[in-house]
Design a protein around this ligand. Structure first.
Ligand code: PLP
Length: 483
């Protein structure tokens, strides 16, 4: 098929004042015309000589542009029949519509890559992140990595980092493990996916806390398991109700340190009951230790993996809260008997995260920065939580300290999801509580107010905006943003 060359559809303008080479200018214009469909497949491009004469450039310049387009399979040389536009080698960009995915937490999060607002969950105190130190450690790590011989790396993660994490876990979480039980991940979700793959529990049921981090419920469903919600009370998950609802479940995902979102610590009796159930039913506990030692109300309870002689607990840790989610680093501690299996799954399906970031974190831990940072974050978050508590409008019923957030309960009938959806227009981003429950319609509505980024300078305005929002279920209009 031959389509005629139509110079009117491809206006090539050469700009000699630009730093972009002329070959690139010609190539970019032709490429855009091909990709956008203005030059149809089969169209014969003018000869090098004709094009060069039209544009007032050398023949070699045009030749180089055509060759570059041929390298991209956009044109081909047809010998005596000249250079022609290839059959659609790439999709027409104009035909590709943006592909939207169902965001895992669409009722909880505002969207991707937006500047955090006051009360927003899942963000650290950006102002307290040791940015200079981290930049220095990363630069050193980039250099070390670039100089190192290139070869396969351990899919479980860098051995030095795993040794450092094992040492920190002994101090902060009471866990005594061998570095080979540790597998580096990109964070909680990656740790969960590795664990579900390694356990091979497809088709089985799994307990989840009710309420719980909504990601856990959906992740189980995507991985082919059936989540069974098990209510939580003031002592944590109701093991008796779990046993009644699904005695033969393959596993339970729990947040024993600080239940998400209520903040309750799993009581010693419930811990024992949960472990006894796993022993009876050959089941597993997936311990989501998302806050690690970041316990604002005193000393953190030891992890469940710290007291697990039978090896039924898979401990998932993350540096997302203790340092920053921007690191994209977490880890799994596999029970000793499963360490080889987890390592193999990592080797085939779940390679370790970026080595440079791992090396920087190794130094951060080894040089004592991590424990110092944790201590600093705990006191800063405690101060921000107390400031918020003191400043919140007395009409707002606050009855719990939940991890790094405060729960503001709303009167029944309030639509917390609608409220949270409207809040960003006013410059705040509280998180609705009801969506953490398996049946949001039956849950008591509330707002989770994360304290991490509540700097003193923005506290007053953020609290006033919140009070106005709760007071007036209809849209409210405040003049300025709180952040
Ligand atoms: C209960 C719970 N688990 C895990 C995570 C996520 O951890 P990561 O930062 O590794 O994605 C969160 C984040 O808010 C959480 O609330």
């Amino acid at each position: 098929m031959t389509a005629p060359w139509d110079a009117g559809r491809v206006a090539i303008a050469i700009d000699r004042s630009q730093s972009t080479p002329i070959t690139t200018q010609i190539m970019s214009t032709l490429r855009a015309a091909i990709v956008e469909g203005r030059l149809r497949p089969g169209t014969r491009l003018p000869s090098w000589l004709d094009m060069a004469a039209q544009l007032g450039v050398s023949r070699g310049t045009v030749k180089a542009a055509y060759e570059a387009l041929a390298d991209e399979l956009l044109v081909y040389s047809a010998g005596a029949a000249g250079t022609r536009v290839a059959e659609r080698a790439v999709p027409r960009l104009t035909e590709v519509k943006p592909i939207r995915i169902a965001r895992p937490l669409q009722d909880l999060e505002r969207g991707f890559s937006l500047k955090p607002l006051p009360f927003q969950m899942g963000v650290p105190a950006q102002d307290a992140f040791p940015a200079k130190l981290w930049a220095r450690l990363r630069t050193r790590a980039v250099r070390a990595n670039a100089m190192a011989p290139v070869g396969p790396t351990d899919p479980r993660g860098e051995p030095d980092l795993r040794a450092q994490i094992a040492a920190q876990l002994a101090i902060t979480r009471g866990i005594c493990c061998h570095p080979d039980q540790i597998i580096l991940t990109t964070g909680y979700k990656n740790g969960l996916s590795l664990t579900l793959l390694a356990l091979g529990a497809h088709g089985r049921t799994a307990w989840v806390e009710d309420p719980c981090y909504p990601v856990a419920r959906m992740a189980l469903t995507i991985a082919g398991l059936k989540p069974v919600p098990v209510p939580v009370d003031g002592k944590g998950i109701r093991v008796d109700l779990g046993v009644r609802a699904a005695p033969d479940a393959a596993l339970a995902i729990v947040t024993p340190g600080q239940q998400a979102p209520t903040g309750v610590t799993l009581s010693p009796e419930r811990r024992r009951a949960l472990l006894a159930w796993t022993a009876r039913e050959d089941a597993w506990i997936i311990e989501d230790d998302y806050l690690s030692e970041l316990q604002l109300g005193g000393r953190a309870a030891p992890a469940m993996a710290a007291d697990d002689p039978a090896g039924r607990v898979i401990h998932i840790g993350t540096f997302g809260k203790t340092i920053s989610p921007a690191l994209g680093l977490g880890f799994v501690v596999a029970p000793l008997a499963l360490a080889e299996r987890f390592g193999e799954v990592a080797g085939y399906l779940n390679p370790a995260p970026n080595v440079t970031t791992q090396l920087a974190l190794t130094d951060f831990l080894a040089d004592g920065h991590f424990l110092r940072h944790l201590r600093h974050m705990k006191s800063l978050y405690r101060e921000r939580r107390d400031d918020l508590h003191a400043r919140l409008d007395p009409s707002i019923a606050v009855d719990a300290f939940a991890g790094l957030a405060v729960i503001a309960h709303l009167p029944r009938g309030h639509d917390d999801v609608a409220l949270a959806k409207r809040a960003p227009e006013l410059g705040i981003a509280p998180c609705p509580l009801s969506v953490w429950y398996a049946s949001p319609a039956e849950a008591r509505p509330g707002l989770l107010l994360c304290v991490t980024n509540l700097r003193k300078q923005i506290l007053d305005k953020a609290c006033d905006t919140l009070a106005a929002l709760i007071d007036d279920p209809a849209p409210v209009h405040l003049p300025a943003r709180a952040a």
